[in-house]
Design a protein around this ligand. Structure first.
Ligand SMILES: [Zn+2]
Length: 350
């Protein structure tokens, strides 16, 4: 087994700007907590630089990549380019790292895909990735670059023949479905909340052929999630026999997350991730949605623990860890009165 955590210090301090749901820390707390627990050794952490324009052009258009670079350099964009590429509007703000940050997240998925394809790793973690709404020529749903698509295209380029994409984010993985569901080498599974933005991915929607969508009703919890994972998705994986799995592990379906009506516990979310890992194929786990920084830090720290066969379920938080969590910037109203239970255990209490 060889597990690697791919990331960058660019995620420490970068933000979409005040008032945006992503004006919260999401990646560095996971880096710091996993190190503090002794779950992440120095040689497992690989720091990556932003993907090049050529690497991004595996999926994205040149005009769009140039628009992102110009927006970063000038911190502005002309009206026509804003509209065409959906930048600086619709929740996709122009912010200081608007090119470099998503390009770095994309690079981690590209490098991770290469390492899996070349047999240099069995498990890759890219918590900055999972930006599954991104489109080839425009930003969508807070996603500027579609790193899951770039990762999957990199796997194909390097000889993978059967790839499964499993997406447990509360929102439909529409960008991945639209880009790739015509490819017989792939199976694309998305579990998401019904009647939730972007309101695609209905139960009978197979995209261009190879997508499968599973709906959870508002209020659904661990039991409903795990029923779909075990009865539907694992069953389908057994017959498809993927050589490699890309798991988008968005954490916005957790009960303490402000952006969905789903009620997963951290424990149930981990069981879902663990079930996919236990399928036994080389797996790249990506982040995704998640809008409560305390919940994300606990959930994704535990995911890395599971990927390395540490037990997150019984993990107690010491003073250092709970202080780190208490100090996370969380401007949402939930952040004004945070319950003590978020700071005692990595898991949720049963
Ligand atoms: Zn989401």
């Amino acid at each position: 087994m060889a597990q690697y955590f791919l990331s960058s210090e660019i995620f420490r301090g970068s933000s979409y700007g005040s008032g945006h749901p992503l004006d919260i820390p999401r990646v560095w707390p996971v880096m710091d907590l996993t190190r503090h627990f002794g779950w992440l050794s120095d040689n497992q952490f690989l720091s990556v630089l932003p993907a090049s324009e050529e690497e991004l052009s595996l999926f994205h258009t040149e005009a769009y990549i140039s628009a992102l670079k110009d927006a970063e350099a000038e911190q502005a964009l002309s009206g026509a380019r804003k509209v065409r590429h959906n930048i600086g509007q619709s929740g996709n703000p122009i912010y200081p790292d608007i090119f470099s940050r998503p390009a770095t997240a994309a690079k981690a998925s590209i490098v991770g895909a290469e390492m899996l394809a070349w047999g240099k790793a069995t498990r890759i973690f890219n918590p900055s990735g999972g930006t599954h709404h991104g489109q080839s020529d425009r930003a969508f749903g807070f996603c500027f670059v579609n790193d899951p698509v770039l990762g999957i295209l990199t796997l194909l380029k390097n000889g993978a023949k059967r790839i499964a994409y499993v997406d447990i984010d509360a929102h439909h993985g529409d960008g991945v479905q639209d880009a790739l569901s015509h490819m017989p080498e792939l199976r694309i599974f998305s579990v998401h909340e019904a009647d939730r933005w972007p309101r695609t991915g209905e139960r009978d929607d197979k995209g261009a052929g190879f997508a499968r969508n599973y709906l959870l009703q508002r209020g659904a919890g661990d039991r409903e999630l795990l029923t779909i994972i075990v009865n539907e998705i694992v069953t389908a994986l057994k017959s498809f026999k993927p050589e490699v799995i890309v798991l988008q592990a968005g954490a916005d379906g957790l009960a303490d997350d402000p952006q969905s009506g789903l009620l997963f516990s951290v424990n149930g979310y981990w069981k879902a991730v663990e079930t996919i890992l236990q399928f036994g194929a080389p797996t790249m786990v990506l982040g995704g949605g998640g809008y409560n920084p305390v919940t994300i830090a606990r959930a994704w720290t535990g995911v890395w623990g599971l990927m390395n066969n540490f037990d997150p379920y019984g993990k107690l938080l010491d003073n250092w860890s709970s202080e780190l969590l208490r100090g996370l910037h969380f401007p949402h109203r939930l952040g004004r009165d945070m319950p003590n239970r978020w700071f005692t255990h990595l898991a949720d209490e049963d």
